[in-house]
Ligand binder design. Structure first.
Ligand code: UDP
Ligand code: MG
Length: 333
């Protein structure tokens, strides 16, 4: 196999403080991979400016002029990390054999990319970078991240523990990803849905090289909520379950109230009042849950996710056709 063309996609939002160092390090990495004949010399990095308010784009332009490894993509407005990343991936896939996505802040180990490429050569289509050591992150960040993974898994969303968006993807997986056409992007939940041979590479996560996290707690919560509601109808099902539960309880309450009434222990009007409260409450929740079920179905339909992904195809080549008819002994049984 000829050496593959690699593109490293880097979403950048207000990253002027880290960008020069990031470009320097990524250029070094690309250069050494080319020297070692791991990747083609047409490999580059694609810096996606996600509508930054600082000098990020000016920096990209400046480096592009002097550094052949640097290419850029400027988004018209801040689209958010996931959308910026997707923009870069879709741009890069037209001219790359494989694409690595990485954050601009140098928190992920660039040396792991070498292992990504090795795995790609071994035939893997997706290589997930998985953080082994998160001690560089604050306790709060670790705890919330862990809670998030647990919650996602319990809701039936398949994501890889401690994997963010540091990964390698082959061109054919990106072609499939393009078909997803989703608005609420949660890439790390979507990639496992693609299938294809995949593997993991472990690395230690470092501290942000410079600048501040562009994911404050509020954005993180929104991201988590997006992740769950984009992949799971479990919350709706929960409402239905509550409805059933309350309805069952209302039956118990009915028995209790009626016994009370027969025994004459109740204040007049209490029985009918309390019964309606429980009954109506239960029925209402049930109804909402039921409507929710349908909305859930509609929601899955409008997503238009591809129903299957074809990995390989066995076809007869022109050359084989000329060898026909085959000998009786080797003909199909
Ligand atoms: N980012 C982006 N658009 C945004 C927010 C963030 O492109 O609206 C980029 C950011 O420049 C960085 C990556 O997404 O390259 C991850 O952000 P950050 O490192 O701040 O997140 P954290 O590591 O704290 O989760
Ligand atoms: Mg970061």
């Amino acid at each position: 196999m000829a050496t593959p063309v690699l593109t490293i996609v880097v979403p950048c939002y207000n990253e002027e403080e880290v960008l020069p160092e990031t470009i320097f390090q990524l250029s070094g990495v690309l250069n050494s991979f080319i020297q070692d004949h791991l990747i083609s010399n047409a490999s580059t990095m694609l810096l996606v400016d996600d509508g930054s308010k600082d000098a990020t784009w000016e920096l990209i332009e400046r480096f592009h002029a002097s550094n052949t490894f640097v290419t850029g993509l400027k988004l018209a407005r801040n689209a958010g990390h996931q959308s910026a990343l997707l923009a870069g991936l879709m741009k890069a896939k037209s001219y790359s054999d494989c694409v690595v996505s990485i954050d601009a802040d140098l928190q992920d180990d660039l040396q792991a990319i070498r292992e990504f490429i090795v795995k790609f050569h071994e035939g893997y289509d997706v290589v997930y970078g998985v953080r082994q050591d998160r001690s560089a992150d604050t306790f709060f960040k670790r705890a919330t991240a862990q809670g998030f993974y647990k919650l996602m898994t319990s809701m039936g969303v398949k994501i890889h523990y401690n994997h963010a968006d540091f990964r390698l993807m082959s061109r054919r997986t990106l072609d499939q990803l393009e078909k997803f056409q989703e608005v609420n992007l949660f890439l790390r939940g979507m990639v496992p849905l693609l299938g294809f041979p995949s593997t993991k590479v472990y690395y230690d996560r470092k501290e942000r090289f410079a600048g501040e996290s562009k994911y404050p707690f509020k954005k993180m919560l929104a991201f988590a909520f997006d992740g769950i509601t984009s992949f799971s109808v479990t919350p709706i099902r929960f409402v239905t379950m509550m409805g059933f539960l309350l309805f069952a309880l209302s039956v118990v309450a009915a028995v209790y109230a009626i016994i009370g009434k027969i025994m004459g222990a109740n204040v007049t009007g209490w029985t009918s009042l309390i019964l309606s409260v429980w009954f109506i409450g239960g029925i209402q929740l049930l109804a909402i849950g039921l409507i929710g079920e349908y909305i859930g179905k509609i929601y899955k339909e409008v997503k238009h996710r591809p129903l299957f992904v074809i990995e390989k195809e066995l076809t007869t080549t022109e050359q084989e056709l000329t060898k026909r008819p085959v000998q009786a002994s080797s003909a199909g049984r």
